[in-house]
Design a protein around this ligand. Structure first.
Ligand code: GDP
Length: 201
């Protein structure tokens, strides 16, 4: 899919104030510093559509961007930032669960995980929650350039093995690197195919 346009629409902390039309949307979420902003910039071929942080945990908002005037890319706040207080974590949880529970326009979520690390409980629990709530998602492994190709394979296999302890099958997944422009077309084509299916439905 060629990205012809990518525009910022709005940021807010209230799901009720998100755009009211029925444009299909795709939400990107993951731990702070996982490489979400870089991935969004890579996917949209824009240098700074999403701000690359340097200061994790700062952007606690739902950010809507419209792509090719046909679908929303939603940049959700990064979770699991250690220095956020307990009450802030609770508020965050509520806000995210509300987003996923109420947002009927959501076609699929993309849960980002850093390919270098072992499966983290916070990511596994979040995916479990999505599964239990019937919210479709794919996994996006980020920063693949930081590992040799063989290690990429091994880390994906190890991740799958852990997922298969609780899941019947490994959810759809993508291996990406924003630094090396890897995985971009795969993710965009996937979104394109989901958009096409929506039109046929
Ligand atoms: P966010 O907090 O999830 O939005 O993460 P950022 O996109 O701001 O990235 C966090 C850090 O990881 C920054 O220093 C990025 O330069 C770095 N980073 C992000 N993606 C990649 C990648 O694909 N490869 C490498 N080597 N570094 C990355």
């Amino acid at each position: 899919m060629e990205i012809k346009s990518a525009e910022f629409i709005m940021s807010n902390s209230d799901v009720a104030k998100c755009p009211k039309n029925s444009i299909p949307e795709y939400a990107f979420i993951g731990r702070s510093n996982v490489g979400k902003s870089s991935l969004i910039n890579m996917l949209t071929s824009r240098k700074s559509l999403a701000k690359t942080s340097g200061r994790p945990g700062k952007t606690q908002l739902i950010n809507h961007f419209i792509i090719n005037k046909t679908w929303y890319l939603v940049d959700l706040p990064g979770y699991g930032y250690a220095r956020v207080s307990k009450s802030a974590k609770k508020t965050f949880q509520k806000f995210i669960t509300q987003y996923f529970s109420l947002r009927e326009q959501l076609v699929s979520a993309f849960v980002l995980v850093d390919i270098r690390h072992k499966p983290q409980p916070i990511d596994l629990e979040f995916m479990q929650w999505l599964g239990e709530n019937g919210i479709p998602f794919s996994v996006i492994f980020t920063k693949a350039d930081k590992l040799k190709p063989k290690a990429v394979e091994n880390h994906v296999a190890a991740y799958k093995a852990v997922m298969l302890e609780t899941w019947e099958e490994m959810p759809n997944y993508f291996v990406t690197s924003s630094s090396k422009d890897i995985g971009k077309e795969d993710v965009l084509e996937y979104i394109h195919s989901l958009n096409e299916n929506m039109i046929l439905d």
